[in-house]
Each structure stands twice: as structure tokens, then as C-alpha cells.
Design a protein around this ligand. Structure first.
Ligand SMILES: Nc1ncnc2c1ncn2[C@@H]1O[C@H](COP(=O)(O)OP(=O)(O)O)[C@@H](O)[C@H]1O
Ligand SMILES: CC(=O)N[C@@H](CCC(=O)OP(=O)(O)O)C(=O)O
Length: 255
């Protein structure tokens, strides 16, 4: 099987021009087939605020009403995605920006209203991995935005960590796959405020204990849940690391 690296980059890196540029240049240097998944939550929050729209997050997910859906569509599907594609093209990477609606590559269903009404948030139902794999095999580099669709004409907001996890799970049938979640810290930390307290390896048992102890919380919980699901689905390696170390030589290895 040929190797494929999927890199997911979070909002703090995406928001800052210099950190994004560095990340894209490191990404461009990865050998072999690759896919980039981007977030941009912070940019969406900033632009929503300029438009007088308040951002509400519950359990790390954005409550997405009709106006917020317009903002995230513009920010993720437009501004962030197309800027990344243009910058990668300048680095001789043949990038192709996609939402889940493009090529119908990622289908979702609006999350049912439970204790929380998340609005236009999509839970992934299926991934058209064959079409993505065809593109990847032709040396095209998909750049995936955190938007999916319901095939009834509606875009839905889906967390970027989930997009990366679902794409990895589906593409693991075609490639020997490494999934790298990169963000602003050196990995999963024993002490969130001490960047030198990286947990080198984590399994489900240790994860449950760290959550119970309050060491792992917030957005790191769904990130790790996505990571474990990817390992269970046959992804060879999942690494959580700092954006300047996407070569996988440091950070936290998910077992
Ligand atoms: N033990 C931990 N180690 C590292 N980060 C943690 C930990 N517990 C909670 N976090 C938080 O998780 C955040 C990463 O999750 P999230 O904001 O969803 O990531 P991203 O920026 O990649 O979308 C970090 O910014 C940090 O504040
Ligand atoms: C449903 C949901 O929460 N969607 C996310 C999608 C963006 C994202 O995940 O961005 P980061 O990776 O930068 O956090 C949101 O709108 O914030």
C-alpha cells in the first residue's frame, strides 16, 4: 500500500499569517501523497463578531444558527480554504479545495435536537473515499474545509477534527495512513501550561483516567475520541503534535 499523510491544522495556526505560512511550507515538504484538513473556528468567531453575531460553543462544537451557517460557509469554504489552496499552489503543490458537497465526498445529517440544539451541525454519514483516492493517486492534494452537506441542498458545519478522522478512516482502505493533528501545543500535555509535559503515548485506558483527573479537557476530548476511532478503523498512526513538528518525530502517539 502507498503511504498517505493527512494533516489537520487548527484555528490558532490558521488565523495567524506567519504560523500558517510556516505550516504550509512544512506540509509541502512532506513526501508522498497528502491531504490537508483545516479548521478556522477562531477566524469564524472573529468575523461573526464583526457582523454582530455572537458565537456560542457547547462541548467544543459551534451552535450554528442560519446566520452563523452563512458566516462559516464564507469563512471555511471561501476565505480560509481558497487562501490555503492559493498558497500551496505557489509552493508547486497541486491543491484542490473541497467541502463535503463537492463531488459529494462527505455526506452528513443534521444533528438531532437533544439536550442541546446545535442547529446546522452535521454528523458524518458516509465518505466517498474512492473518488478522493483517485484524486490523491493523480498527485492532487485535497484541502478539506469543515463543511459537509445533506444532499438536500444544505451545507452543514462539521468540526474539522471529525472531518480529518472520518476522511482518515475511509481512506485507510486505500492507503497506509498517518493522521497528524497539529495545533499550538507540543502534544497532549500532563499539565496544559507546561509545554514540556508531553505524554509520549496514550491509549484508551490512560485517556479515560486523564479525563477523570481533569488533565485532558475541552477540545482535546473530541480530538482524542476521533483519534481512537481512526486507529480502530485501521489508520496506521495517529499523532497529536505542535504545528512546527508535523514530521511526526515528536508529540503524542495515539495507541
Ligand atoms: N491535556 C491537554 N493537553 C493539551 N491541550 C489540552 C489538554 N487539555 C485540554 N487541552 C486544550 O485542547 C485544545 C485543543 O483542542 P481544540 O481547541 O479543539 O484544537 P484545535 O485548535 O486543533 O481545533 C488546546 O488548545 C488546549 O487548550
Ligand atoms: C460544528 C463545529 O464546531 N464546527 C467547527 C468547524 C471549524 C473547526 O473545527 O475549527 P478548529 O479546528 O479551528 O477548531 C466550528 O465552527 O468551530
Amino acid at each position: 500500500m502507498e503511504k498517505l499523510t493527512i494533516v489537520k491544522v487548527g484555528g490558532k495556526i490558521v488565523e495567524e499569517e506567519t504560523s500558517l505560512k510556516q505550516l504550509l511550507s512544512d506540509f509541502a515538504a512532506i513526501e508522498g501523497h497528502k491531504v490537508l484538513v483545516h479548521g478556522g473556528g477562531r477566524s469564524a468567531t472573529a468575523i461573526a463578531a464583526k457582523l454582530g453575531i455572537e458565537s456560542v460553543m457547547v462541548n467544543g462544537r459551534r451552535v450554528t444558527d442560519a446566520e452563523t451557517l452563512k458566516v462559516v460557509t464564507m469563512v471555511y469554504g471561501g476565505l480560509v480554504n481558497k487562501n490555503i489552496v492559493a498558497q500551496l499552489q505557489a509552493m508547486e503543490i497541486n491543491a484542490l479545495g473541497l467541502t463535503g458537497a463537492d463531488m459529494n465526498y462527505m455526506l452528513s445529517a443534521k444533528r438531532p435536537v437533544g439536550e442541546v440544539d446545535y442547529g446546522f451541525v452535521g454528523d458524518v454519514k458516509s465518505v466517498n473515499a474512492g473518488l478522493l483516492a483517485d484524486l490523491i493517486s493523480k498527485d492532487i492534494v485535497p484541502v478539506l474545509a469543515p463543511l459537509t452537506h445533506d444532499k438536500q441542498g444544505h451545507l452543514l458545519n462539521t468540526n474539522a477534527d471529525t472531518i480529518a478522522g472520518e476522511a482518515a478512516k475511509a481512506l485507510a482502505k486505500f492507503f497506509d495512513l498517518t493522521l497528524v493533528y497539529c495545533f499550538e501545543k507540543k502534544g497532549v500535555l500532563r499539565d496544559e501550561h507546561d509545554d514540556d509535559s508531553v505524554i509520549a503515548e496514550i491509549d484508551k485506558e490512560a485517556f479515560a483516567q486523564y479525563v477523570a483527573d481533569g488533565v485532558i479537557q475541552g477540545g482535546m476530548i473530541p480530538k482524542l475520541e476521533n483519534a481512537f476511532e481512526a486507529i480502530d478503523a485501521g489508520v496506521s498512526q495517529v499523532i497529536i503534535t505542535k504545528a512546527d513538528a508535523i514530521d511526526g518525530t515528536s508529540g503524542t502517539k495515539v495507541k
